[in-house]
Structures are given as structure tokens and as C-alpha cells.
Design a protein around this ligand. Structure first.
Ligand SMILES: Cc1cc2nc3c(=O)[nH]c(=O)nc-3n(C[C@H](O)[C@H](O)[C@H](O)COP(=O)(O)OP(=O)(O)OC[C@H]3O[C@@H](n4cnc5c(N)ncnc54)[C@H](O)[C@@H]3O)c2cc1C
Length: 814
């Protein structure tokens, strides 16, 4: 083929809504020398048969951002690229059957408002004004989203494709990619029609993404964590009443979602489209007996209506008009799921210059935003919004096929489920356990999964309600509350122990390691024998990550970071690592205990040989129960304390001795409360790429006068001159039943003036605490603002820029 492109900057594999949106956004960013390969016709995967619903609703800030952006893009797209299409902005009514659901809606409304949208809470009596054919007697209320609607997915894809082509990008249809190889830091994407050399590759292969992902394994890749569900919707025959209503009003009915029952119901022409997410759901192609076909382009699964009976009946009771018409058509198609239901958008773990934009469950609603995000990753190496919720590196080595299937089925069956802060979903658990897991559970540990590692959230006592149902609340109160208090008080008054398996740790060494690190972080390095926090900015001065830097020698370090940051942080270091330095991930094989409280020294010195007089932020190799350990004199709980790092094999004996010595086990929820009282930031809440280091109040970790030109230095220097646009604050909140969740809006004089980044109850200070970002002129201590917590405005007062508990760190230094 003469016009076959043998080179390109970017090759995208997959021509669904997401791949074409990526191509469109790359071209818009000026990257026109890009090629999209589609093995069949555009849309041949999941896109052609999608229902095309385009909601903005999400309780995730970043997903809402993506979906909001999609709606804004789609409104103007037809005109922008001269490709008219069917996009109906009908609004939607989302029904609530419980107080908790109304609280969820209130939270989404607050976030939506902050993103410039006008979501509206409807009382039961208001619902029929929006949706006349509905039974409302058993409802609590509803949420109205005026931006919701539906789009023709094929037209959307063609419009994006036209826009991209018009800007110079190329689309090769009927051109399957057959493999990749790498030569001289370039990718070669193989097709049946020839090879294309390129700088970057994007896996946008939809439900085929795992298959395409296999090609990258020789270059450091892993199995793409995903599975495939079958998802159905039914189209009804025409219904005269709907035809008449639409003719009279001049528009379609709003999209209806009965999320507590788990279906949507949409007007399709003059009938209905009913789409349930059923609990009795069905996975496909997940075991060798049911292999994925080589090609499934434009194909569907056979109808399977029995599974949907309950939902059809429920919908007919809710909207009796539905029962007046027969079913005219059933669509049953493949839909891919990642283990948390969010897509994979971002760097392909372990592989240079390769990206993923795949495994979309809502790729029509998210496709517009996803294309923007993907193009930013490629062209700038960073994204406007923090996109950790979709970052492929959030899944690490625990996502085997069985886990993907279990989690996919769980999420599909609870597609509209509420994600309560206390609820640990049961599927796909016990993948990675601590060497003292048996002891933790025997003492009542109620477990949660953190990067696949099981850790105790709290310790129940006999008679406590440990059922899943008890966790289905946004409120602070629950069986755990008294126990968290006891755990915090033990840490305050005596000594507590928290087992923290899966704390990520890397070893860094080699001549020049210290100098290299100085060029990566904004602040200074610890002296040998000491440790401190290092902040890694991106080129905009935003917070990529935070690590504890433990210095063993001139050029020898252990770097410790959050469990969930394991792959993210390792890849960040590796991507910049100069030749001659050695970096290795030492997470496996070690376990960590936090032993903290005023009596921790007495306890540890009774079973250990170490210098327990060494100061705060020191570390040493020592022995506990005769076993080799590293002791780090730090405490995320903000009391006298040590982290005990030991080999897995040695930990049971050490743990038993610590418990026998009188330590009370405490869990992650107590730790969260304790750290809030100290103003210690948590990664991907308080610390994220949504904020610069100055906004995050990390001034004392920024050394603009050091010689190293660390990433973001110039941006931070400029920000220092003009002053940050937000300031990190600690607030004491007159909260009622619930404490402030992430992204609760802050109000002043009737205006939104900031947001919380985390919140919870402090049991040592006996108050509700929120950490957040506030307009700088309001960040003065004593300023009164309001925090909107699940729709309720609560008075909050800005606190001095110091920890609420032990402001001088005297207890830590004791
Ligand atoms: C019944 C049903 C209803 C749905 N309704 C909605 C909805 O209302 N709203 C919503 O947002 N989402 C909906 N979805 C989900 C939506 O369809 C998907 O999330 C979306 O289509 C994914 O788009 P994509 O571009 O990621 O993948 P796909 O559309 O699957 O595109 C991937 C493309 O990659 C191509 N490809 C694969 N391998 C290769 C290769 N080796 N070389 C070249 N090309 C390759 C495939 O041919 C395919 O065209 C629905 C799904 C189903 C099943």
C-alpha cells in the first residue's frame, strides 16, 4: 500500500469511542502525525451497540470531571467537526429509596456545583413534574442532572474520527495490529499491511485489551487486569402515550435510573430502553472452556432474559406504561471490567512509552474526557486533573484472573452501589496477608484490602456487629466507633501496635545516589542515620508523591512509601534513574509494625537491644526478641514510637512479644484519626497532583535556594512570588452525624471557597477535623467558614498552621 505510514509519533490500537477520542485530542494538541489502527470497522468492539447514556454523576471527583468534560465536548462536537449527530440532552432523574442514597446525592450535588454543574435534589412531590409516568409512593427523593442524556455512539466515534482526520491524523480501518517490538527506543507496531515505527503506543483495544497487552510482556509488561461481562438492554415497542407526551412537550423524557434496584430506563424513539445491572450476572471468556473468539466484531451474545425478570417487573411497577408494550429487541454485548470498575487510563506499568486507554465500562460517557486525559499523558507526561482513580498502576501483582472475575462480577452486580467509607467489599480478598494475619484476626481484626494486602481497619470485641449491613452508612457512628476510641486512647495513654503489611519499600544505592535524589525532591536529604520526608514534584510543582527517605550511608537509602503507591512511585524513580545507581523493590519479604504511645519505649526496651534514646527521625539496625530489625523513630500516630521493620519469618515472634508486653492492637481507622490530629497528609487525598507543594502547605519541604534544579523548581519559584491560589488548612468542624468526606465544599458568604481533602473524628481532641484547601485570604486562623457534609452546612473554624494534637511535637520527641 503506497500510502501506508511507516512512521508515526503515536500509534493507537483500537478504533472505539476511546481510541478515536484519543486520536482527536492528540491532533487537537498539535500531534497530528498519529495513526489509529482498527482491525475491523470503527466501533466494531463494544461501542457500536452501547446504549449511549452520558451521565455526569459520579462520587469520584476525577470521574465526574471526565464525564462533565465529555458532555461539554459532545455538545459542540457536531458543529466543531461538521458532523451532525444525535445527542439528546434530556436530563435524568435518579431515584432514592433511602436516607443514605439521598446523602450520596447531596454529596454529588456539592461536587457537581463545584465543577460548575447544576444538579438538583428533588423531593418526592417534585419528581412527577420531571417524570410524569412514575410511581413515587415508596421513594425518599431524587437527583436531577440537567446535563445527562444519550448520544449515538457510532456517530460520536465517526465525528471524533472526522475531526481527527481533518486535522491530519490517520485512521487505518481493517488493519489489525498483530504485535509489537522495540528497537533503539522506538516501538514497531506490526500489522498485516506493514510495520509502523513510532515513539508511543496506546492500547485502546477495549475488551481485547488483555490480548494486546500480552505483546508488551517482553518489554516489562504485565497481564492487563480485566474481565468481560455480558450486559443487556431491551428495547420496547412504541408506546402511544410517550409519543403523545413527546409531541406535546417537544422533548424526550429524562433518563430514569432506579439505582437502588439497579436499572436505567430511557426513552428510545417513542418506546423505552431498559438496562439492568443484575446481581445474577454472567461473565464471558474468563476460563479456558469459554475462550474469547479471535474476532467478535459487530457480534452479540444470545439474549438471556431470565436473569432480568426481577428488574423488568420492578421497572413495570415503577413506570406502568412500560408494561403496556412488548419487547422489540434485546442487545446483549460484551463490556469489560477492571477490578474496581474504573477504566485504565495512563502509563502502562513497567513499559516505557506505552499507555493504556482501555477496559471502559462507561466508555461513551467517559470517552471524551478519557481522550483528553490520554493525550495529556502522552504529550505532557502529566494530566490537568489528578487521575489516580484510573491510573493503571493502581493495580499491582495481586490482580490475577480469579480476582478480576470475582471483582468484576461484584461490581457489575452493584454497579450503582454506594461506596460507604466503612464498607470493605468482600470479593477478591485475602490475596496478600501479613505474617501475623492469624493473630490479627484472632484478636477481632476487621480487615480491609490495601493494594491487595489485608490490614485490620478496627478490632471488634465479642458482641460487636461485624455484619456488612452495619457498614452501610455515611455516619460516624457504628459498632467500630467505641473501639476506635479505645484504640486511639490506648495509643495516647499506653502503647498500641499496628501491623502494616505491604508498606512499600525500595532500596537505592550507588555512587551519586544522594545527589540524584537531591535533584528529584524539593527539599533536603537526611544526614546518615537519620530520616525525613521527601516530596517529589512534577514540572508544575504539583505533588507527585511523598516518601520517607531513610539514609544508611552517603549513597545508600531505603525509601518507604504508601502501600498503594508501590508501582507508581517505583516507576517514577525508575524512569529517571541514571546508569550506575541500583534501585530495587524490597516490599515483599518484610513486614512493618507501628509501635507507638508513651509506653512504647518501655515495652520495646524490655524485649529489644537498641539505643532507645536515639532521637526522633533517627533509625538504627537493632534486635527485638533476638531478631534483626530496622527501627525507625517515627510515628504517623503522633506519639512516641517506632516503626519496626523485620523479615516476615521473624515477625510472628516479635508481634507476640509486643502484644504480651501490653500493646493494644489498633487498626487503620484509628491511625487515620490519629494522623488527622497531627495534620499528616494522606496520599491521593491531601497529597495529589491537583495541588502544588505550596498549596499543600509544604513550604518547609521546599528549598528554592538549593543548587539542584529539581522538577517544578521554576514553577514553584514563580508561585512563591505571586502566592498560591489555595492554602492548605486544618479545620475544626461542628459536624453532626458524619464527618467531612473528600471533596466536601467549603463555603463563605454564600460562595464555594475551597474543598476538603480528608476528614474524620479526632478522639484525642474530641472534635471533628477536616483538612482541605481554602482561598488564601480566608486561611487565617480563627476564620469561620462552612463545610457542606452530605448536604448539611456545618460551621468550621480555621486552625493555626500546626498540629491540633501536641503542636510542638513534644510527645514525639519525648
Ligand atoms: C449493552 C451495552 C450497553 C452499554 N451502554 C453504555 C452506555 O449507555 N454508556 C456508556 O458510557 N457505555 C456503555 N456501554 C459500554 C461501552 O460500550 C464501552 O465502555 C465503550 O464502547 C468502550 O469503548 P472502547 O473504545 O474502549 O472499546 P471498543 O469499542 O471495544 O473498541 C476497541 C476497538 O479495538 C479494536 N481492536 C481490538 N484489537 C485490535 C487490534 N489488534 N488491532 C486493531 N484494532 C483492534 C476493536 O475492533 C474495537 O473496535 C455499554 C456496553 C454494552 C455491552
Amino acid at each position: 500500500m503506497s500510502d501506508f505510514p511507516s512512521t508515526a509519533r503515536v500509534v493507537i490500537i483500537g478504533g472505539g469511542a476511546v481510541g478515536t477520542s484519543t486520536l482527536y485530542h492528540l491532533a487537537k494538541a498539535g500531534w497530528r502525525d498519529c495513526v489509529l489502527l482498527e482491525k475491523n470497522e470503527l466501533t466494531a468492539g463494544s461501542t457500536w451497540h452501547a446504549a449511549g447514556n452520558v451521565p455526569t454523576f459520579s462520587t469520584s471527583w476525577s470521574i465526574m470531571n471526565m464525564q462533565r468534560y465529555s458532555t461539554e465536548l459532545y455538545r459542540g462536537l457536531g458543529e466543531a467537526v461538521d458532523y451532525p449527530m444525535n445527542y439528546h440532552v434530556t436530563g435524568s432523574v435518579r431515584l432514592a429509596h433511602s436516607r443514605e442514597r439521598m446523602q450520596e446525592f447531596q454529596r454529588a450535588k456539592g461536587m457537581g456545583l463545584y465543577q460548575g454543574m447544576d444538579l438538583e435534589i428533588l423531593g418526592v412531590d417534585d419528581i412527577q413534574a420531571k417524570y410524569p409516568f412514575l410511581e413515587t409512593h415508596d421513594l425518599k427523593g431524587a437527583l436531577y442532572d440537567p446535563a445527562d442524556g444519550d448520544i449515538d455512539p457510532a456517530q460520536l466515534t465517526q465525528a471524533l474520527a472526522k475531526g481527527a482526520r481533518d486535522m491530519g491524523a490517520k485512521i487505518l480501518r481493517f488493519t489489525p495490529a498483530t504485535g509489537v517490538s522495540r528497537e533503539n527506543s522506538e516501538w514497531i507496531v506490526h500489522t498485516e499491511k506493514g510495520d509502523i515505527r513510532c515513539e508511543y503506543v496506546v492500547n485502546a483495544a477495549g475488551y481485547y485489551a488483555q490480548r494486546v497487552g500480552e505483546w508488551f510482556k517482553p518489554y516489562g509488561g504485565r497481564t492487563v487486569p480485566m474481565m468481560v461481562m455480558s450486559h443487556q438492554y431491551l428495547l420496547s415497542e412504541e408506546i402511544p402515550e410517550i409519543m403523545q407526551w413527546s409531541a406535546e412537550t417537544g422533548h424526550k423524557l429524562p433518563l430514569l435510573r432506579d439505582v437502588d434496584v439497579s436499572y436505567y430506563l430511557r426513552q428510545e424513539k417513542n418506546g423505552f430502553n431498559l438496562g439492568p445491572y443484575e446481581q445474577n450476572c454472567r461473565a464471558h471468556w474468563v476460563n479456558p472452556a469459554d475462550p474469547m473468539p479471535e474476532d467478535f466484531s459487530f457480534q452479540l451474545f444470545p439474549d438471556d432474559l431470565d436473569r432480568l425478570e426481577h428488574y423488568i417487573e420492578d421497572a413495570m411497577a415503577r413506570v406502568p406504561l412500560l408494561g403496556t408494550a412488548g419487547i422489540s429487541k434485546v442487545i446483549n454485548g460484551p463490556i469489560p471490567y477492571a477490578p474496581d470498575g474504573n477504566p485504565l487510563i495512563g502509563p502502562m506499568p513497567g513499559v516505557p512509552n506505552a499507555f493504556e486507554a482501555c477496559v471502559f465500562t462507561f466508555g461513551i460517557a467517559q470517552g471524551g474526557g478519557a481522550g483528553k486525559v490520554m493525550a495529556e499523558w502522552i504529550t505532557e507526561g502529566q494530566t490537568e486533573w489528578d487521575m489516580w482513580s484510573c491510573d493503571p498502576r493502581r493495580f499491582t501483582d495481586y490482580t490475577d484472573n480469579a480476582l478480576c472475575v470475582e471483582k468484576g462480577m461484584e461490581i457489575y452486580g452493584h454497579e450503582y452501589g454506594m461506596h460507604f467509607p466503612w464498607k470493605s467489599w468482600p470479593a477478591g480478598r485475602d490475596r496478600k496477608v501479613s505474617p501475623v494475619d492469624d493473630r490479627i484476626r484472632a484478636m477481632g481484626g476487621q480487615m480491609g484490602a490495601y493494594n491487595g494486602w489485608e490490614r485490620a481497619n478496627w478490632f471488634a470485641q465479642a458482641g460487636d456487629d461485624t455484619s456488612l449491613e452495619a457498614t452501610e452508612t455515611w455516619d460516624r457512628a457504628g459498632p467500630w466507633e467505641a473501639r476506635i476510641r479505645e484504640e486511639c486512647e490506648a495509643v495516647r495513654d499506653g502503647v498500641g501496635v499496628l501491623d502494616l503489611p505491604g508498606f512499600s519499600r525500595y532500596s537505592l544505592s550507588g555512587a551519586g545516589a544522594a545527589e540524584w535524589l537531591r535533584g528529584m525532591i524539593s527539599g533536603g536529604l537526611p544526614k546518615i542515620g537519620r530520616m525525613n520526608l521527601g516530596y517529589f514534584p512534577d514540572s508544575r510543582g504539583r505533588i507527585l508523591t511523598e516518601m520517607s527517605l531513610v539514609r544508611h550511608g552517603e549513597d545508600a537509602f531505603t525509601l518507604i512509601t504508601a502501600g498503594s503507591a508501590q508501582w507508581h512511585d517505583f516507576e517514577h524513580l525508575k524512569a529517571h534513574l541514571p546508569a550506575g545507581l541500583t534501585l530495587s523493590d524490597e516490599t515483599l519479604g518484610y513486614d512493618t509494625l507501628i509501635v507507638t504511645g508513651p509506653k512504647s519505649r518501655d515495652l520495646l526496651s524490655s524485649i529489644g537491644e537498641a539505643d532507645f534514646a536515639m532521637p526522633w527521625l533517627s533509625h538504627q539496625r537493632a534486635k527485638i526478641c533476638g531478631k534483626n530489625v530496622m527501627l525507625a523513630r517515627v510515628s504517623f500516630a503522633g506519639e512516641l514510637g517506632w516503626e519496626v521493620h523485620a523479615r516476615d519469618a521473624d515477625m510472628p515472634e516479635i508481634y507476640d512479644a509486643i502484644i504480651a508486653g501490653g500493646a493494644k492492637p489498633f487498626g487503620m481507622w484509628a491511625l487515620n484519626s490519629l494522623r488527622l490530629e497531627k495534620g499528616y497528609r494522606a496520599w491521593k487525598g491531601d497529597l495529589s497532583t491537583d495541588y502544588t507543594l505550596y498549596q499543600g502547605g509544604l513550604d518547609r519541604f521546599i528549598k528554592l535556594d538549593k543548587p539542584q534544579d529539581f522538577p517544578g523548581k521554576a514553577a514553584l519559584a514563580a508561585e512563591f512570588q505571586r502566592g498560591p491560589s489555595k492554602r492548605f488548612v486544618t479545620l475544626l468542624v461542628d459536624a453532626k452525624q458524619a464527618d467531612a468526606p473528600y471533596m466536601s465544599t467549603l463555603w463563605h458568604d454564600g460562595q464555594v471557597v475551597g474543598e476538603t481533602t480528608s476528614g474524620g473524628w479526632g478522639y484525642r481532641v474530641n472534635a471533628s477535623i477536616a483538612l482541605g484547601m481554602l482561598r488564601p485570604d480566608l486561611a487565617e486562623p480563627g476564620t469561620e467558614v462552612e463545610v457542606e457534609i452530605y448536604g448539611e452546612r456545618c460551621r468550621a473554624v480555621v486552625q493555626a498552621d500546626q498540629p491540633l494534637w501536641d503542636p510542638e511535637n513534644e510527645r514525639l520527641r519525648a
